[in-house]
Design a protein around this ligand. Sequence first.
Ligand code: FES
Length: 321
Amino acid sequence: MSASTISVRVARKTVEATDICSFELVDPSGKPLPPFSAGSHVDVTLPGGITRQYSLCNDPCENHRYLIGVLKDAATRGGSKAMHERVNEGDVLEISVPKNHFALAHHATRSLLLAGGIGITPILCMAERLAIANSDFEMHYASRSRDRMAFHDRILTSAFASKVHLHFDDGPAEQKLRLDELLATPEEGVHLYVCGPKGFMDAVLGTARAKGWPESQLHYEFFAAAPVKSVDDESFQVKLASSGRIVVIAKDKSVTDALREAGVEIPTSCEQGVCGTCLTRVLEGEPDHKDLYLSPDEQAANEQFTPCCSRSKSPMLVLDL
Ligand code: FES
């Protein structure tokens, strides 16, 4: 166990909605857990050794527990299935200390929180925080149906219930989320936060960008990426700036895998381009970005890339390694 890893016990496992369970994680000896801020996630090492990221969805003032919500999703690579089927109350799990790649902008004058499906987890934590800080915010939570909406009762009995709008895909037209109206006029100081399935995120971010929202006011966290391998993937070379060594990246291998085989370890977590753990500086060459972590502006700058999934448009990339 590394210094950034802790053991936690599953104190409670609760069915929150169809295919969604929450897991309450506590220190096995009852000690306080490391603090976290709204938008944080932990890396959970699952039975079988795979690692997955789950956002913390309890009030960040709490230090006696972490609460995560997990959607059992047949389309994912098995992590959520393992959590649902193989992790039970009393089990001890290894997790990372909380990390935050989706933090609130504390200078915001107003916050607009948008959650789709299981994307409610970090958004709920943000709502708790903003409510405690007495900050101006509005939250929209969209779900396919009532039975798939996790934390419904908690939200409607919360101190911030009046700031929440619920939207159901199978509900009447008048309660549907109208992004065109909601995002019609970007205002200085108003920050937008969105988390959910990729289609939802694309719709929200696409609408916001079309309406002229500046990137600096858009905050987002993807849960999982669609497979990014393409038949057009070509081999290319990576040069390590510190030694001048060149490693060939075969067309069917990720940069992180090829470098690992060459004895160069880059820390990874999601291996899907969503978490940013593997972010590496690019000194020369043009990356072919396939991640969902960097903003369009950051991708266009070509100063860094995610070697777990991204590739190269130029024959060689020189990396700050
Ligand atoms: Fe998560 Fe590369 S490991 S973005």
